[in-house]
Design a protein around this ligand. Structure first.
Ligand code: ADP
Ligand code: MG
Length: 328
């Protein structure tokens, strides 16, 4: 169902017996957050590696239980259910993630907008049935989006969504945050080298067993067997948003899952955006925003923040910051 948009070239595939001290990679894969999570760690012994992997996966499962819109008992569901009625009591962690979401929203003039939930749901319901919402429906639903109706009270640890029907959707930030957290769990267990890949949100830690950088391939947005480029990375975060992973065709038109809050419709202009930065909790939502903002504004923002980016527009044109080596 969900294609993995980034292919990890794991060290053991390329160099099965490099290290004489038996240092090697250990890997596990599981479906969480509706997508494939793959974690690779570098270590000597099977036992500790398996324990560290399990702890990292449990951290991602925990965050899924907390942030999933599809779970009745999740914290985000409780918050959304209280919309228009009362402030919801939330964890300090939820406040932190919401503050990051608000800050990226500000930084991107609202292109990334976690309060766009009602619009996202509207499009999901329609495209599932092979229809698209009318202009009137979009305008009506748009009235219950926006940060001006969100009250975050850090002291009381509450969040109030003022209007009934408001929905906070953390789908554009949860994977990046989860990858950050899983990496922190690995580090707390002494793992310095590895990769946490929550679909296209990838935390790169240290190096491969032979000391060389990790190699991360960025997938071609239209030809799935092809790669745009292979990047050599250490200690960084790389995130990709594409229109090719989750989309529906209605009347021969492609409708993907990233909604431009300014138009209330799936964004146009970019078909793939990759950003290489530092923290998932910022880079993941920023990638979604840059996808929406388009090549010019998007690239300018990335440069201003000192990150690197690779983008493909709808004509198939490739753009990247000078620091990213591109093959074409
Ligand atoms: P993917 O889920 O394919 O990795 P993204 O990281 O870009 O892609 O996140 C897309 C998800 O973010 C959507 O499934 C939806 O839940 C949410 N989303 C869509 N549009 C926006 C937006 N403008 N602002 C914030 N979140 C969005
Ligand atoms: Mg993203």
């Amino acid at each position: 169902m969900n294609r993995i948009i980034i292919i990890l070239i794991a060290a053991f595939l390329l160099a099965p017996s490099v290290a004489c001290d038996r240092t090697r990679t250990w890997q596990k894969e599981e479906t969480i957050m509706g997508t494939v999570v793959r974690i690779t760690v570098v270590g000597k012994d099977a036992g500790p590696a398996a324990d560290a992997l399990e702890a990292a996966f449990e951290e991602i499962r925990r965050l899924d239980r907390m942030m999933s819109l599809y779970k009745d008992e999740s914290e985000i569901t409780a918050l959304n259910m209280a919309a228009g009625e009362r402030p919801a009591r939330v964890s300090a962690e939820m406040i932190e993630v919401m503050e990051h979401a608000a800050s990226v929203s500000k930084m991107t003039q609202g292109a990334f907008d976690a309060t766009a939930g009602p619009l996202i749901v509207l499009w999901q319901l329609h495209t599932r049935d092979g229809t698209v919402p009318s202009e009137r429906e979009i305008e009506r639903i748009r009235a219950i989006t926006g940060w001006r109706d969100v009250e975050i009270n850090k002291k009381r640890s509450t969040i109030f969504l003022r209007k009934k029907g408001m929905i906070v959707d953390l789908g554009g930030i949860a994977k990046g945050y989860a990858a950050d957290r899983a990496a922190a769990v690995l580090r707390s267990r002494g793992i310095e080298n590895g990769i946490v890949a929550v679909a296209g949100d990838i935390r790169v830690m240290g190096r491969r067993p032979d000391g060389s950088p990790w190699r991360i391939a960025v997938q071609h947005p239209r030809e799935h067997e092809k790669t745009l480029t292979v990047l050599e990375l250490t200690d960084t975060f790389i995130s990709t948003s594409g229109d090719y992973e989750r989309f529906t065709i209605v009347d021969k038109k492609r409708y993907h899952h990233i909604i431009d809050p300014r138009t209330g419709r799936p964004s146009k202009g970019v078909i793939s955006a990759t950003i290489i930065g530092d923290r998932g909790v910022v880079v993941d939502p920023l990638t979604t925003a840059v996808f929406i903002l388009g090549p010019e504004q998007g690239m300018a923002l990335v440069r201003k923040l000192g990150y690197d980016a690779i983008m493909v527009d709808e004509e198939g044109r490739l753009m990247s910051t000078a620091a990213v080596p591109m093959k074409e």
